[in-house]
Design a binder for this molecule. Sequence first.
Ligand SMILES: [Zn+2]
Ligand SMILES: [Zn+2]
Length: 209
Amino acid sequence: MPETKTSKSLLRNSIKFPTFRDLPDENDVDPTYYDEGPYRFAPRQHWCFLGEIVGSYGLCRALLRVKDKDGQTIGQALVPQIKEGHTVAVLYGEQHGFLDMTVGIRVEEASIIKIIPCSLEQLLKASDDVAARNLNSQSRCCGSCGKEENTSGNTYLRLCSRCKQASYCGEVCQKKAWVDGHKADCKALVWARWFAARNWEVFNGYFEF
Ligand SMILES: [Zn+2]
Ligand SMILES: [Zn+2]
């Protein structure tokens, strides 16, 4: 029987992209994420929290309400340009107990937070697409009509110049796919590729958005 290649895509990895419950607590040293160094604790790998924006609130300091892969809803510090249904990514997020007794993620540096203009579901699906493409690079087909690339014949597919992931047999198919929904998927794919282009295993310096 042929071996079925099942690869869990990067963003579905529960250690590197933990849900809120699995984030390290800022008051503990979580051995999954930290090594004990000679002077202080240093991260041993990279991680990033992903949550979809479901609302915002707050008075002196604006807060976001987000839900993670488990569907758990938590509060999180606000950044501009928020929109419900978009996804917020926080590098090296930790559980933080706020003074008002709520628990969330405190974000104090702009370089570790990014609003990704698609839903969490779209982003996870894009990550699956990127993983599938990496597994089977030889058989590409048009993202609109399904025509397969045949380099010995004369069917060459062109890549979408933005996401460099979707491919099309020609301009007509590309334009059609764009209005049929690739416009939204494209942004998710750009970010899925951003995550996939980095080595999440080995820590040698913090990632930044
Ligand atoms: Zn086509
Ligand atoms: Zn694209």
